[in-house]
Write a protein that binds this ligand. Structure first.
Ligand SMILES: NC(=O)c1ccc[n+]([C@@H]2O[C@H](COP(=O)([O-])OP(=O)(O)OC[C@H]3O[C@@H](n4cnc5c(N)ncnc54)[C@H](OP(=O)(O)O)[C@@H]3O)[C@@H](O)[C@H]2O)c1
Length: 298
């Protein structure tokens, strides 16, 4: 029987592009460590890197890509428009491209549906919001500097507003959202699928000090398969149909998180993980000047 190649899996976007199922996350990966993590990931076979202007590490992510020797065109590179830059979309893109040392992005995401005033980040612009920002982002595609555009942290309510606005000519290719067994968001995932929007799952391991590592259901499945809980979590996400973005700055863990080939999860195991009842969310919206989560995604 041919070996199961979960890491070679890609998901087709509504633009025709294919996004690799497993990408390296880089939030809280400090400059100095992230370069090595990106290099280790690309050497281990990852072909998808997720960063953001707000992470303050785009330069080192770019250095890691170059240090790996993997050609740029073989890598799916995502970065994100930061909230205080919503009125300056072309300038924000130029900064990210310069930081990363590349002339194009595979995916540019609006990081949050929050058009924050850069003069006072506790304030939202009175005369601008994410619909205006998306109108500007759409113009980037024809420049060739951005292959695909998408959003992040959008729930159903904000997606409805965006998609129903006459200025919306492009359906976001991706909605990057928090997805793990503690926050599976089945309504939002189904809504996105119905609209042709691919979901990328952030915090797939449950983020820093994840409570999922002590979960008995996950522990018993991992033990039975002779795999780690982390590997089970990542394969669960891929089998659910979303791309996963595990972050690590430890080279051994970066490698282990990509060791997803040659084994599988059964429908019964997937159903057991789906049935984990405990709920928690890593990213809230209390730090933003506007509410973005409305509890409509459960
Ligand atoms: N769009 C958004 O608003 C948004 C929000 C959050 C995250 N994201 C993206 O999604 C990525 C992933 O999310 P995340 O960083 O919150 O969390 P995560 O990937 O779920 O978990 C990362 C944590 O798990 C640890 N870890 C990783 N692999 C491990 C392993 N095999 N065994 C034990 N511990 C392990 C990491 O520590 P070490 O580094 O020490 O290994 C780190 O503490 C981010 O990095 C970012 O790219 C996007």
């Amino acid at each position: 029987m041919a070996e199961i190649k979960n890491t070679a899996k890609t998901f087709k976007l509504n633009t025709g592009a294919s996004i690799p199922a497993v990408g390296l996350g880089t939030w809280q990966s400090p400059p100095g460590a992230v370069e090595k993590a990106v290099e280790a990931a690309l050497r281990a076979g990852y072909r998808h890197i997720d960063t953001a202007f707000a992470y303050g590490n785009e330069k080192e992510v770019g250095q890691g890509i170059r240090a790996s020797g993997v050609p740029r065109e073989e890598i799916w590179l995502t970065t994100k428009l930061d909230n205080p830059w919503h009125k300056r979309v072309p300038e924000a893109l130029e900064r990210s491209l310069a930081n990363l040392g590349t002339d194009y992005l595979d995916l540019y995401l609006m990081h949050w549906p929050s058009s924050t005033d850069p003069e006072d980040t506790r304030k939202h612009y009175p005369d601008w919001d994410f619909v205006d920002t998306w109108r500007e982002m759409q113009k980037l595609v024809e420049t060739g500097k951005v292959k695909n555009i998408g959003v992040s942290n959008f729930g159903i309510k904000n997606l409805e507003r965006l998609l129903n606005d006459p200025s919306c000519k492009m359906v976001p290719a991706v909605n990057q959202i928090e997805l793990h067994p503690g926050n599976p968001s089945p309504k939002l995932v189904a809504y996105c699928a119905q609209k042709g929007i691919h979901c990328s799952g952030y915090s797939p391991l449950g983020s820093t000090d994840s409570p999922l590592y002590k979960n008995e259901t996950l522990g018993s499945i991992a033990k039975a398969k002779n795999r780690s809980v982390q590997q089970v979590l990542l394969l669960w996400g891929v089998k659910k149909g979303w791309s996963v973005l595990p972050k690590s700055i430890n080279a051994d863990r970066v490698k282990a998180n990509f060791d997803l080939d040659g084994w599988d999860l059964t429908d019964e195991e997937l159903a057991k993980i789906d049935a984990i009842p405990d709920r928690f969310k890593v990213c809230g919206d209390s730090w933003l000047p506007v509410k973005v989560f409305f509890g409509d995604d459960e």
